[in-house]
Design a protein around this ligand. Structure first.
Ligand code: SAM
Length: 363
């Protein structure tokens, strides 16, 4: 039996009447989709200078490093077998991963997102990237689709109706679709149905096990710290679909998300002939990948960790007591190579909620 299943099954309550609600445009569920689109459409594209001032800049860089490593490794694997690589970026947002696709020298990209403004910005970013590139630089071709991928099928919207993907990347997205079984299934269908045999479905999502563990340990209906907070309506009952929670980051409440119970996700993916080949928490992924010198160099280059102690002109991201005790302890050891690279305790607690997964399409 799957490890996580053993731990969680006792606390998860199997819901009744999962798909009895109607799916027309006036349901509560579709209202939620509109909220997701409105929320992401309103998010301002802030410049590099602004981003660097953020309390959680290193955590954002860390997440970006993790996606870079995951994407690079999968593309290397695909290229062992294929000369031309086609990718679906499902829930692409404003195109935060475009440079990773360029670096990975892919040939075709389809970007899809529910938020029309994000898709416009993504397309603009792609156009800028092409314009800025060296004339000999080969940039992949791209199509941009605005669609609620938990309700609409992407197949009918592709410019090339015969298109097949080698990779589908779904970064920090799937948890929005676990509002209902039907929505989660449609999202999975979009992710997997056009993958070639041997193709990969990769992504990142909050880990239900970690979330429930922290919630149960808290003496209220929420847990968090100075950078993030997760609030549930109640404890003790965790339906497989529609288990809603609010996630706020740096004090800003995000749109509601839904718990993704991973063993269920894995089971549902089997319908599309997908086999789980890799699943790690962010912590495990970091510990495994940082051993590779190339990933370590990338980590420094992306400033995915904060320097501790900071240099004379520098300042730590937080001056709250206890945020760097772990680093202080290690730095006190005369044998330790200083400066260290670290994340503040609060950022680490926030990012270590997530997990990474890789599925492979069977023939
Ligand atoms: C946290 S952002 C991640 C963006 C991007 N994948 C990244 O890693 O930078 C989540 C994205 O999922 C998109 N999204 C949420 N629900 C969606 C749905 N049902 N269909 C398509 N996109 C969706 C949001 O609009 C948003 O752009």
């Amino acid at each position: 039996m799957h490890e996580i299943y053993k731990v969680l099954s006792s606390s998860l309550h199997i819901p009744v009447a999962l798909s009895s609600r109607s799916h027309s445009w006036v349901t509560e569920e579709s209202l939620h989709s509109q909220k997701v689109a409105t929320h992401y459409n309103k998010l301002q594209e802030c410049g590099l200078a602004e981003r660097n001032k953020s309390r959680i800049v290193h955590m954002r860089n860390f997440n970006n490093w993790l996606k870079s490593v995951l994407i690079a490794e999968i593309l290397d694997k695909v290229k062992e077998r294929r000369r031309e690589v086609t990718v679906l970026d499902l829930g692409c947002g404003k195109g935060g991963d475009l440079l990773k696709w360029k670096k990975g020298r892919i040939d075709k990209l389809v970007c899809a997102d529910i938020a029309a403004v994000s898709i416009e910005q993504c397309q603009q970013r792609y156009n800028d990237m092409r314009r800025r590139g060296h004339p000999n630089d080969r940039t992949f071709s791209a199509q941009f689709i605005t669609a609620d991928c938990s309700r609409e099928l992407l197949s009918g919207k592709l410019r090339d109706p015969e298109l097949r993907f080698d990779v589908c990347s779904c970064q920090f997205v799937c948890h929005y679709s676990f509002e209902s079984e039907q929505q989660a299934d449609t999202m999975l269908r979009n992710a997997c149905e056009r993958l070639r045999p041997g193709g990969f479905f990769i992504g990142t999502t909050p880990d239900a096990y970690e979330m429930v563990k922290r919630l149960e340990a808290s003496d209220s209906n929420s847990f968090g710290n100075e950078v993030f907070r997760v609030s549930f309506q109640k404890k003790g009952v965790y339906p497989l679909f529609g288990c809603q929670y609010d996630f706020s980051l740096e004090g800003v409440v995000n749109v509601p998300e839904f718990l993704v119970y991973f063993p269920l996700f894995e089971e549902m993916a089997k319908k599309y002939n997908m086999r789980l080949v890799y699943k790690k928490t962010f912590k495990e992924f970091f510990e495994e990948k940082v051993k590779d010198e190339k990933n370590k160099v990338l980590m420094q280059w992306m400033q995915a960790l904060e320097q501790y102690p900071p240099d004379e002109r520098g300042q730590l991201a937080s001056d709250s007591p206890g945020e760097y005790d772990h680093a202080k302890r290690i730095a006190a050891n005369p044998a330790a190579r200083r400066p260290l690279g670290t994340l503040s305790k609060s950022e680490w607690e926030a990012t270590s909620i997530y997990l990474v997964y890789v599925f492979e399409k069977m023939s």
